[in-house]
Write a new protein. Structure first.
Length: 269
């Protein structure tokens, strides 16, 4: 299965490393797309994979594209790939909080007779969340806790005037609906969007964002309270060395998605 990769940040580079090590099963990365000023050209060359402009990826006889380039890239190129009949593995799930983009991608997928895949990313249990909330009943919450360094450089946090370096105890930075959380923390809580899409939607999924100086792993706790069952799970991710906002599990979920897409079995999400 021939696959294109859009973006070569922490996740994209990991996907290339996994493909080079034979961990993507029957899926092969045959082209890398990225902006001219991005690291994509250099990273692609390191792995011996051709670099192309993002809009040229569909010309490489691909079956799918893995989007690992951020919200803006998904908005700019996602619908075009889908209309050309390519499956799209969308890692920037937070962008789907934009209802117009969601509708555009859905229409493009239908026109191209293909599908959009949103991996679990840095969390787990999306299949169970979806099952428990069939019929739209219940309550879904997620608490995302990361070391203070992961919350630096975010305008909303800057406006709170929180001294991240001086925190001696966990500090709640945000508590509210998922739609606003995704807008305020576009690089940190894509998981909230994926959880919302699996369950009750962005306006009914509750999010708590915490800066915790007592942890070293990016941690997500999911609670579902539904009429036919309850779910509580905790996932602890080791942050990638190059980007403390991103855990390894987010990249691993993309690799697992490729293995499923290219193979004969699809178990779970």
């Amino acid at each position: 299965m021939r696959v294109g990769l859009l973006g070569c940040g922490a996740i994209g580079t990991f996907v290339l490393e996994a493909a080079a090590a034979g961990l993507t099963g029957e899926a092969r990365i045959v082209a890398v797309g990225g902006r001219p000023a991005s690291p994509a050209r250099e990273v692609a060359a390191r792995f011996g994979v051709p670099y192309v402009a993002p809009e040229a990826l569909p010309d490489w006889d691909l079956a799918a594209v893995v989007e690992a380039a951020g919200h803006a890239a998904l908005r700019a190129y996602g619908a075009g790939y889908l209309r050309r009949g390519l499956a799209l593995v969308a890692l920037s799930a937070g962008a789907l909080a934009d209802d117009a983009l969601y509708a555009e991608l859905e229409a493009a997928a239908r026109a191209g007779r293909t599908r959009i895949y949103v991996p679990s990313g840095a969390i787990a249990g999306l299949d169970t969340v979806g099952a428990l909330t069939v019929g739209g009943e219940g309550r879904v919450t997620i608490t995302t806790s990361k070391p203070p360094a992961a919350w630096r450089g975010i305008p909303y946090v800057d406006d709170l005037k929180v001294d991240l370096d001086a925190l001696a105890a966990p500090r709640v930075l945000y508590e509210g609906e998922a739609r606003r959380a995704v807008a305020l923390f576009p690089q940190n809580v894509n998981v909230a969007a994926a959880l919302s899409l699996a369950g009750l939607g962005l306006d009914r999924t509750q999010v708590r964002v915490v800066a915790d100086p007592g942890i070293v792993r990016n941690t997500h706790e999911i609670d579902v309270d539904a009429p036919r069952g309850r779910l509580h799970l905790r996932v602890e991710n080791v942050p990638t060395p190059t980007n403390p906002k991103t855990g390894y599990l987010a990249a691993l979920s993309a690799v697992a998605a490729l293995r499923k897409l290219a193979g004969p079995w699809w178990v779970g999400v």
